[in-house]
Design a protein around this ligand. Structure first.
Ligand SMILES: Cc1cc2nc3c(=O)[nH]c(=O)nc-3n(C[C@H](O)[C@H](O)[C@H](O)COP(=O)(O)OP(=O)(O)OC[C@H]3O[C@@H](n4cnc5c(N)ncnc54)[C@H](O)[C@@H]3O)c2cc1C
Length: 413
């Protein structure tokens, strides 16, 4: 990691106190730059704290090529950020805050107590001790004609004139935590190219479940299944039936190709393998055994262990005739077609795709049309599945933007 040479008598404004903005604040204050950080909410790091509620998965321990591949077509743009501050550097940095980490059985990395709050507390103390001034309830509204920044605060609007600015305004989901995407028209008016915000790591809707699926199985977990999208090999995991469709970790992981298929053709048909551990001919053989006077439900249960929500889904998505034909039924069990027609709303999603195009920034994440204005975090146009990849890229981009600002300020003399 690059270490700055000498203190700089410069002043920067960081807008947005999520992981990306706070990381840039750290880099800049270490370089001796005066940092004022503004956030529209009454406290900073609200989404980071929410991420800690179900267990703060901060990064992933898998090998770098696999890690990088999670950013799909944006991998070439994320690679330089991870080179500066990847999963290992992030873990060391967490340890430096006095927080231990552990690697879970899936390879995901967590703070030892699984929580975000102690980490954020220790970090904010260190930032304040190093001189970073945090102004909460200060909302950035855009630029005045003279180029100063418009900041709304409870006492009224002020104008500020920093030597450089970092926008780390977050994505477009969970707007009640502060990141609401309202910055998009402000940047567009200034000639910054953006991709529209779209839900990522989100649930999807079906045309309509039957009354039985909604009343009896909304909320039911579908465990030990595999789902295939397009021609990709099916992925193992679990998800949850909802009143309107389906959600959960496996669906989130597949959300980008599902969303893109819906965007292209109006719907996406995924194939659910209800028994990923068994081959179709073994299932066929089991179903072909005589069932005597037993019902089909009992036969499925006794021969294959299929019952509850899995059996209900099979009924829901398979034509009645297939139940009289063991081979058709076996094939349906291995590749149950489920048609999804719509992503759940952006505000419900764990993260968002879209935002500032990498092509609109230089390698230090400075906006080409707006010299001295840098961007970082989820507001950039990339997406990744859950697994710690989101936070890692937010931290890394905050670090790269912070270092880029230091260099830029030095060049300004
Ligand atoms: C339920 C949930 C669980 C998650 N779990 C994980 C997980 O386990 N692992 C993982 O890697 N990721 C997880 N994430 C994603 C992760 O939390 C985000 O990707 C990350 O917080 C984004 O960081 P950021 O700094 O870019 O933006 P944010 O954290 O969204 O911060 C942006 C800040 O900018 C402020 N702001 C916005 N507009 C303005 C304005 N005009 N003026 C002033 N301030 C403004 C906001 O108030 C906010 O504080 C989860 C997200 C959710 C919703």
């Amino acid at each position: 990691m690059t270490q700055p040479a000498s203190p700089l008598s410069k002043h920067v404004a960081i807008i947005g106190g999520g992981p990306a903005g706070l990381m840039a604040a750290e880099v800049l204050s270490q370089a001796g730059v005066r940092v004022d950080l503004y956030d529209g909410m009454p406290s900073v790091g609200r989404k980071f704290l929410l991420a800690g509620v179900g267990g703060m998965n901060i990064t992933h321990s898998e090998a770098y090529p696999a890690f990088l591949s999670r950013y799909a077509e944006r991998a070439p743009h994320i690679a330089p950020l991870l080179r500066e501050f990847g999963a290992e550097a992030l873990c060391e940095w967490i340890h430096g805050l006095g927080i231990d980490t552990f690697v879970g059985s899936s390879g995901r990395v967590f703070p030892t107590d699984m929580k975000a709050a102690p980490l954020l507390r220790a970090w904010l103390k260190r930032l304040r001790d190093s001189g970073v001034v945090i102004h909460t309830r200060h909302r950035w509204l855009g630029w005045n004609d003279d180029g100063s920044l418009r900041i709304a605060r409870p006492e009224g609007e002020i104008a500020i004139n920093p030597d450089a600015v970092l926008l780390a305004l977050g994505g477009g989901s969970w707007s009640r935590l502060g990141s609401d995407g309202r910055w998009m028209p402000l940047l567009e008016q200034r000639g910054v190219s953006l991709a529209p915000m779209q839900p990522s790591n989100c649930g999807f809707e079906v045309q309509a479940w039957s009354e039985l699926m909604v009343s009896k199985f909304a909320g039911a977990p579908l465990k030990n299944i595999a789902i295939g999208v397009n021609d990709d090999s099916p992925r193992l995991g679990e998800c949850v039936i909802t009143a309107t469709g389906i959600e959960g970790s496996l669906i989130y992981a597949l959300s980008a190709p599902i969303r893109e298929a819906i965007n292209r053709t109006g719907s996406a048909t995924v194939h659910i393998d209800l028994l990923p551990g068994r081959l179709v001919d073994k299932i066929h053989a089991a179903l072909s055994k005589p069932r005597g006077s037993r019902s089909m439900a009992k036969h499925l249960h006794s021969q294959l262990g299929l019952d509850g929500v899995k059996a209900a889904l099979l009924r829901e998505l398979t034509p009645a005739e297939s139940f009289a034909d063991p081979l058709s039924l076996a094939k349906a069990i291995k590749a149950l077609p489920l048609t999804l027609v719509k992503a759940r709303p952006l505000d419900e999603a764990i993260s968002s795709a879209g935002g500032v195009l990498f092509e609109a920034m230089d390698e230090h994440l400075m906006l080409k049309p707006l010299p001295g204005v840098f961007c970082a975090g989820e507001m950039l146009d990339w997406e990744a599945p859950t697994g710690g990849y989101l936070l890692t890229a937010c931290f890394a981009s905050g670090r790269v933007a912070g270092l880029g600002m230091v260099q830029w300020l030095r060049r300004q003399g």
